[in-house]
Ligand binder design. Sequence first.
Ligand SMILES: [Zn+2]
Length: 311
Amino acid sequence: MHDFHTHFIPHDVLAWLKDNKDIVNAKWIKKEENKDDFLVVNEKWGFELKPSFIDADLYLQNQKEAGVSHSLISPIPQLFMYDFPHDITTDISQVYNQSLSRFVTQSKGHLSALGTVPLSHPERAAQILHDAMNLGLKGAIIGPSAAGNMLSDDFFIPFFEEANRLKAILFIHPLLSEDPRLKKWMMPNLIGVPWETTVCATDILLSGMIDKYPNIKMLFAHGGGFLPYQIGRLDKGYEQWGAVSSNLQGKPSEYLKRFWYDTVLWNPASIDFLVETVGEDRVVPGSDFPFDLCVWPPQTSFTKGIQSLLD
Ligand SMILES: [Zn+2]
């Protein structure tokens, strides 16, 4: 069993956070008696900092007990730091990538990793991606937007050109939705998170980026959000409106098969639908471990998807 969607925070990253806690407004907050402290950076998206996020031995033990033979670990979205000055974001990205690279080496083949990049500064993000892949990382996890730009905006060209040249995996991972209507019942996470992926994936698909950068392996979190389910609507729009078809050589449902998707969906019927819609070779097992909403261990192994993503 592989796991392509899981997060970890190495000791050096935590030390960096503590050293820079005033600059990045990091707080450790005791919320509930029986829970670990919540980590909140810049007043956004606090989460329980469970030991499995930060204890390397424990992480590997959890992995073994769950029957996961290999995990592609990623930084956590809360530490993307895109809102901070570029030097801060670059600094934590470098610390994160170097320490993940060391963790991979220590794991004796049980781990590989993606890095993080200062996406708000695409030229610098390209350089950091290059450095990370020189350290043996497979690519990067990135948010669905940065500095107010959608990923298809020309702003990001230097980054995507480099990712294409390096044949990087780009794991596109949502942040919490800031839709002002979503306030109650954890909706910013429950539906806001897959909605952010839906917006980003639709933008990338319709922009024709996939033809422009054919060597980038784009992996969308949480089964691609709501996009696979609504792909019929995009196909109809493609037939109907030039604004939808202008950048594409074929129907959106064909382009959908050129991304990869994880299986963090819980509902087996949803996973079956995803596989039927995009093909088994485009679906990879994921868990989102150790966040609260994780599928642990990952439900299904898709050998073809694993091979096609890692090739
Ligand atoms: Zn995640």
